[in-house]
Design a protein around this ligand. Sequence first.
Ligand SMILES: [Fe+2]
Length: 455
Amino acid sequence: MPAPSRFLRSSFAPVTEEITAFDLPVTGQLPRELSGRYLRNGPNPLGLDDPNYHWFMGAGMVHGVRLRDGRAEWYRNRWVRSKAVARARGEEWAGGPVHEGMDFAANTHIISHAGRTLATVEAGPLPYELTAELDTVGPCDFGGTLPGGFAAHTKLDHQAGELHAIAYFWAWDHVQHVVVDASGRVTRSTDIPVAGGPMMHDFALTARYIVLLDLPVTFSLSAVSEGRELPYVWNPEHPARVGLLPRDGSTAVRWIEIQPCWVFHCLNAYDDGDSVVVDLCQYTDSFDVSTLGSAHGPVTLDRWTIDPAAGTVAQQRLDDRGQEFPRVDDRVISRPHRYGYSAVIGEVNRAITMAGEFADDAFANALIRHDLARGTEQTREFGRDATVGEAVFAPASADAAEDDGYVMAFVHNPERGASDLVILAARDFTGDPVATVHLPARIPLGFHGSWLADH
Ligand SMILES: [Fe+2]
């Protein structure tokens, strides 16, 4: 019998039940100004019998905690009901639009826009709309206005009310920039020619530009025919380049070639005079997206300063500690940011390196708060077995300062064998949590989430 995939073990192991729990126990004091839902999406495969299972391929399950009036009202976890998930659970599929036959239980992110709560995924399938209590409404093509597929990562320009996405699909000879307006309709889509079918997991947005990352991880038919874990591979023949697509409607992209590298996630980007600054987590040199292995050390937090006139990208290392899932206060997306948050996840670092013995600190779990104006950082350690995921910033009020608020994340509590929602004051990052909500179940390591405030 083949060994089970490492993405089905320990912190990655899926849960088997959907739970609804009310009035959750809390240590500390939940801030009364936190009224809303923290939702997080991630893969939760329906079975354990696929030895070739890849973390990116599990059916999406959303975990949510509802906070109101200083109480943790409920916890829910729900699979996204794609056709396959509905069938496996003996339920009727809600039905709805499907792009190119690619129906999938969106597993990567969860956002809210124009009154819709959307579970999102990339590479072709449509997002799924959920209710406020995480039940599936059905696939969403924005009222028939979306021309193709959508994307896992989106960027909302809070000032303009525009939601931006870059859709890609293996059979296209382009990627597609999509703008969804504040009413939830696609108002613009622009095809950008690209060769080789690159994976574009994320992008960046400034007030003037969409920043495209055309990097050497590309679709591979032979990976499909060989039954590889993922149909995307490192492709040394594919030039690495960064593209600036103007937001003013012009379709001329300024492409600049860079050294081969891989980037899953951008922290944020902004215009600085005629230059563009992008902070991101970079895997230098080659990266195997099938095994999530990098040949050349950990992923680092770097700053790229793009000069479109000179055609150059200057690179600066901001932090060399292996970290991922970078986030800013969502309100500053596309504008200058001072603070950023990222996660050091021991189980991910172990799974993606898979070689030899590691020192204890290889299993560290921590959140990092970066003050990029001062060039300093604070590290909040959670302990070897206390797996932590992506942190999300929740402002104390709609017009609070950039760091006036809370940082929240699901953290595994090894003593209880279940997860906690840990809420830190951003301005007291290494102090005791202001509140810890004790959840009734373990939450597997997942991907991305959002704080969805009621107002
Ligand atoms: Fe992501």
